[in-house]
Design a protein around this ligand. Structure first.
Ligand code: SAH
Ligand code: SF4
Length: 392
C-alpha cells in the first residue's frame, strides 16, 4: 500500500478505521464527524454531513444509508461500506393489562436488559437501563441481587429509546413537526437496571442525543436520572447533562439507610444532602425528586415522615412515595395503604408534593425494582432444559 504523504497538517494523515463496520448510533457529534472524515468525507463537508446523517438517524428513524435521499448515491455507498446503524434487538415484548410494555433487550455478548414503556394520559414514559445488573446491593431491590455484568454503551442506552419508538410507530412522517410534545414517548427516566452515575460518560452521551434539537429532541426537563447517591458525580450531572434528578433516599437515619441503600456507608445522608443542595441551581432545574420506598415497619413511621421534612428543609423537592413492589424471596413487606396515606399527609401538610407512585405493569414484573426477574427465570429454565437434556 502507498505510504501516506507526510505533511505538516496532521488532519490530512489518514485516520485508521476500526476493524469491521462501525455503528454510528451513540457517537457524539464530534465522534461522528471524525468517523466521517476517516471514511473519506472531505473535511470542509464533514460537519454538514454529520448534521444530515444525525437527522436521518435520530429525527427520522432511518436505519439504512440507502434511504438518506439528500446524500449522493456514491456517498451513500461509501457510508454503507464503512458504517452500520444498529439498535439492540428486542427478544420479547410483554404488554400488561394496564398498557405498560416491557421489552427484553439483547445487547452484544448475549446479555439482556429490560426497558419499560409506561403510557399515561397525554404522555408516556420510557424507563431505561444503564447497566446489566448493578454493583450496588440495595436490600429491597431485585436488580441488586444480580451481579453487574457490564456497563451499557451509549448506543445501547439511546438505542432503547429508538427501539421503543420503533415499536410505538412513532417516527415522524416526512414534513411533520418532530418537536411535537404530544408524543407517545415524551419522557425518559433512568430508573431501570443499574446505577446511571456509575456509567456516567455513556449515560451523558446518550442523553445528549436524546436532548439534541436535531436528535430525539426531548427537553432536558423531560429526562430524570435516578441515583442511589453517588455523591461525587452529582455536580457533574448538573453541569454536563442538566436533566432532572431523582434520588433514592428511602430512610431518614444513617443506621436504616446503611442497611437499605449500602452506598450510604460511603457517602452518608449529610454528604448526600450537601450535594443535593447545590443541584437545582447548578443545573438550572426545578425540584429534586426524593424517592422513598414504603417498607412496612422499617421506614414508614410518622417520626420518619417528620425527620424527612427536617432533613430536606431548604431543598426544592417533591417526595415520591413508592409502595414496595414484592419479588420472590424479598425480605420486606409493603406498608399498608393507610400507613402510606398517613405518611403522605404529614409531608403534604409541610408543603411538599407527595405523590404515591402507582405500581405499573406488576402483572408482567415491570414495576420498580422488579426488573431482571423475567430474564433470570428464562435463564433458569434454559439451564434446566440443558440439564434435562444432559448438557448442563
Ligand atoms: N439505581 C438507581 C435507579 C434504578 S431504581 C437508583 O437506585 O436510584 C429506580 C427506583 O426504584 C429507585 O428509587 C429504587 O430504589 C426503587 N426500587 C428498587 N426496588 C424497588 C422495589 N422492590 N419496590 C419499589 N421500588 C423499588
Ligand atoms: Fe442498584 Fe438502584 Fe437497585 Fe440500588 S436500587 S441495587 S442502586 S438498581
Amino acid at each position: 500500500m502507498a505510504q501516506a504523504p507526510i505533511t505538516q497538517d496532521v488532519l490530512t494523515i489518514p485516520r485508521k478505521l476500526p476493524e469491521g463496520p462501525l455503528n454510528l448510533v451513540g457517537l457524539t457529534r464530534a465522534a461522528l464527524t471524525e468517523a466521517l472524515i476517516t471514511a473519506g468525507t472531505p473535511e470542509r463537508q464533514a460537519k454538514m454531513r454529520c448534521g444530515q446523517i444525525w437527522q436521518w438517524i435520530y429525527q427520522k428513524g432511518v436505519r439504512s444509508f440507502a434511504d438518506m435521499t439528500n446524500l449522493s448515491k456514491e456517498y451513500r455507498a461509501l457510508m454503507a461500506e464503512h458504517f452500520v446503524i444498529e439498535v439492540p434487538e428486542v427478544v420479547t415484548r410483554e404488554v400488561s393489562e394496564d398498557g405498560t410494555r416491557k421489552y427484553l433487550v439483547r445487547i452484544a455478548g448475549g446479555h439482556e436488559v429490560e426497558t419499560v414503556y409506561i403510557p399515561e394520559e397525554g404522555r408516556g414514559t420510557l424507563c431505561i437501563s444503564s447497566q446489566v445488573g448493578c454493583t450496588l446491593t440495595c436490600s429491597f431491590c431485585h436488580t441488586g441481587t444480580q451481579k453487574l455484568v457490564r456497563n451499557l454503551t451509549p448506543a445501547e442506552i439511546v438505542g432503547q429509546v429508538m427501539l421503543a419508538r420503533d415499536d410505538l410507530g412513532e417516527w415522524p412522517e416526512p414534513g411533520k413537526n418532530p418537536h411535537d410534545e404530544t408524543r407517545l414517548l415524551s419522557n425518559i427516566v433512568l430508573m431501570g437496571m443499574g446505577e446511571p452515575l456509575y456509567n456516567f460518560e455513556a449515560v451523558r452521551d446518550a442523553m445528549k442525543i436524546a436532548m439534541d434539537p436535531e436528535g430525539i429532541s426531548l427537553s432536558r426537563r423531560r429526562i430524570t436520572l435516578s441515583t442511589s447517591g453517588v455523591v461525587p458525580e452529582i455536580g457533574r450531572t448538573a453541569e454536563e447533562i442538566g436533566c432532572l434528578l431523582a434520588v433514592s433516599f428511602h430512610a431518614t437515619t444513617d443506621e436504616v439507610r446503611n442497611t437499605l441503600v449500602p452506598i450510604n456507608k460511603r457517602w452518608n445522608i449529610a454528604e448526600l444532602l450537601e450535594a443535593l443542595r447545590t443541584y437545582p441551581k447548578a443545573s438550572n432545574s426545578e425540584r429534586i425528586t426524593f424517592e422513598y420506598v414504603m417498607l412496612k415497619d422499617v421506614n414508614d413511621s410518622d417520626e420518619d415522615a417528620h425527620r424527612l421534612i427536617e432533613l430536606i428543609r431548604g431543598i426544592p423537592a417533591k417526595i415520591n412515595l413508592i409502595p414496595f413492589n414484592e419479588w420472590p424471596g424479598a425480605p420486606y413487606e409493603r406498608s399498608s395503604n393507610n400507613r402510606i396515606r398517613a405518611f403522605a399527609d404529614i409531608i403534604y401538610k409541610a408543603g411538599y408534593a407527595s405523590p404515591i407512585r402507582k405500581p405499573r405493569g406488576e402483572d408482567i414484573m415491570a414495576a420498580c425494582g422488579q426488573l431482571k426477574s423475567a430474564t433470570e427465570r428464562a435463564r433458569k429454565s434454559r439451564r434446566q432444559i440443558e440439564k434435562e437434556a444432559g448438557l448442563g
